[in-house]
Design a protein around this ligand. Structure first.
Ligand code: NAP
Length: 290
């Protein structure tokens, strides 16, 4: 029986693993939360793993409050950089496969074509810098680990752009949404499903576990304005959307203007097909109705 530990199991992505755990046969899932494994505390990490063995460890936990991170630097680095390094060291010691989730924010800068994993990184926020340091620490402690960067994550769980738009759209007649930031939304269910597919292929011997840095988002490209417009179209919310430039919404942490990621590596290595973001949006809305 393959033992899989999901860390940060009550966040958006972690909740999707909860939901999909039964889709993987011959696997036993373990779910940790901040109460059972507090990543702020190195000694808690050490004692959590004492006497335990896992075959796969998936780290979904992170400091995701992007703006708050600008002033809460120490905690952001602890959770996004130091703790992932400590987890990957534990994984290496027990010969477990470590899968860590990272972000498009590691790139920053002024890119204008889909980003490949090895492209230059110039994160312009503490969140992006701390997540980049996390990737470095993970790979340094366990060169056999896998890092998957994702972008614009949303789901039926937690707080995200989709849920905020639905809530605001029901209250207002007009919303201003930025149209000069381009990226690709990612349905957290799709990311969880892809990770479980990779694990299934590795367990059955269909594909080897290939360490390294990968990109995953849904297919297609849009601005936040396009995403909001699609949300209101699909939900039949009558709120109008006005495209505006980012300087109308100054935030403590700068947002990347262009963070479309090239997903060729994950698709080719694991023989995957990825849904278009509009199709996944419809899937998510359907799940939310149930
Ligand atoms: N959200 C996005 O748009 C986005 C975009 C790109 C990449 N990502 C990355 O994708 C991954 C998953 O993101 P998400 O949106 O699912 O995150 P999320 O919903 O914010 O969940 C983060 C999880 O981390 C847990 N956590 C916080 N502090 C902790 C601690 N001290 N010890 C242990 N666990 C702790 C949280 O637990 P509590 O709920 O109990 O605090 C929560 O379960 C993260 O690595 C994130 O950086 C996210």
């Amino acid at each position: 029986m393959t033992k899989i530990l999901i860390i940060g199991s009550e966040g958006q992505l972690g909740s999707c693993f909860h939901e999909q755990a039964t889709t993987l046969s011959d696997a036993q899932f373990f779910f940790s939360t901040v109460d059972t494994l507090n990543l702020m505390d190195s000694s808690a990490i050490h004692s959590f793993f004492e006497g335990k063995h896992f075959d796969f460890i998936i780290n979904c936990a992170a400091y995701t409050a992007v703006d708050k991170a600008e002033t809460d630097t120490v905690n952001a680095y602890r959770l996004n950089a130091e703790a992932p390094g400590e987890l990957s060291r534990k994984a290496a010691q027990m010969n477990a496969r470590f899968i860590h989730i990272s972000t498009d924010y590691v790139f920053g800068g002024n890119h204008s074509r889909p980003l490949k994993p090895e492209d230059s990184k110039m994160p312009d926020s503490i969140y992006g810098k701390s997540k980049l340091q996390g990737e470095i620490n993970v790979v340094q402690e366990d060169p056999d680990s896998m890092v998957i960067r994702t972008s614009w994550l949303y789901s039926q769980y937690g707080k995200n752009f989709l849920k905020t738009m639905i809530q605001l759209g029901q209250q207002k007649d007009l919303l201003k949404v930025v149209f000069d930031q381009t990226g690709s939304p990612t349905l957290a269910d799709d990311l969880a499903s892809v990770i479980l597919t990779i694990i299934r292929k590795v367990i059955t011997g269909e594909k080897p576990f290939v360490p390294g840095i990968y990109h995953f988002s849904n297919e297609g490209v849009c601005s936040w304005y396009d995403f909001a417009t699609a949300i209101f179209y699909e939900t039949k919310i009558s709120c109008k959307v006005q495209p505006v430039e980012s300087d109308q919404f100054p935030t403590p942490a700068p947002r990347p203007a262009y963070s479309v990621m090239d997903k060729s590596k994950i698709k080719e290595t694991y023989g995957l097909e990825i849904n278009h973001w509009q199709e996944s949006l419809r899937k998510c809305l359907k799940n939310m109705e149930q």
